[in-house]
Every structure is written in structure tokens, then in C-alpha cells.
Design a protein around this ligand. Structure first.
Ligand SMILES: [Zn+2]
Length: 119
């Protein structure tokens, strides 16, 4: 998985997680309201006819929020690692005579003293 995928899936999980939690809360309340006041039914044993569905949806929402937290943390860790691992851009010059490698600011080879063309 690429670095940006972690952020994408984290946002996806957060969005769906909030959605499921809201539906999980709203569904039992709305259906209870419907049954009681709109349909005029008062079943004493079914005060919240969709309570079980609501709990399941709410749990899925919580799981997705947890997935978001884990993915976000993973994204941060990997981003930090990627920044640390990024190579420092130092141009390397090589002496034509002795093959010694050093950075470009030298005008003469520090080991054998040959004048360097590219410097
Ligand atoms: Zn040299």
C-alpha cells in the first residue's frame, strides 16, 4: 500500500464510521417514534423495534472509527520514516586519477592533488 492510500482509507473509514454511528442511533429512535406515534401501536416488548439493528450498525461505526485511528497513526509513522529515509542530495565527484569520491566543492583532489575538471 502506498503512503497516500493510508490517508485515503483512514478518511474513508472515518466517513463511513460516522455515517454508521449516526444511522445506528437514529434508526431505532425514528422507528420507535413511527411505531408509537404515527402507527398508534404500543407494543410493550418492542419499544425500539430496530434496537438490535441499531446496535450492530453502531458497532460497525465504532470499528470503522478505530480503523481510522490505526490507519492515521500508520500514515503518520510511515510519513515520518519516509522523510527520515529521504536521501540527502549531495553531488558526488570522482577523481579521474585515484578514483576517490568526495563532494563537488573541491577544486583539487584531496588525496592525490590532481586538478578536477568539473569543479
Ligand atoms: Zn585523486
Amino acid at each position: 500500500m502506498r503512503l497516500e492510500d493510508y490517508r485515503f482509507y483512514a478518511k474513508l473509514c472515518l466517513g463511513f464510521g460516522i455515517f454508521f454511528i449516526i444511522i445506528g442511533i437514529v434508526l431505532p429512535i425514528v422507528t420507535a417514534y413511527q411505531v408509537r406515534y404515527l402507527w398508534g401501536i404500543f407494543p410493550p416488548e418492542w419499544r425500539f423495534p430496530y434496537l438490535a439493528h441499531g446496535i450492530v450498525l453502531f458497532s460497525i461505526g465504532i470499528a470503522l472509527i478505530l480503523a481510522n485511528v490505526i490507519l492515521s497513526r500508520e500514515y503518520r509513522i510511515r510519513k515520518q520514516k519516509a522523510e527520515v529515509a529521504k536521501p540527502v542530495s549531495v553531488s558526488i565527484n570522482k577523481c579521474p586519477q585515484c578514483g576517490m569520491k568526495f563532494s563537488v566543492e573541491y577544486e583539487y583532489c584531496p588525496t592525490c592533488g590532481v586538478k578536477l575538471e568539473s569543479a
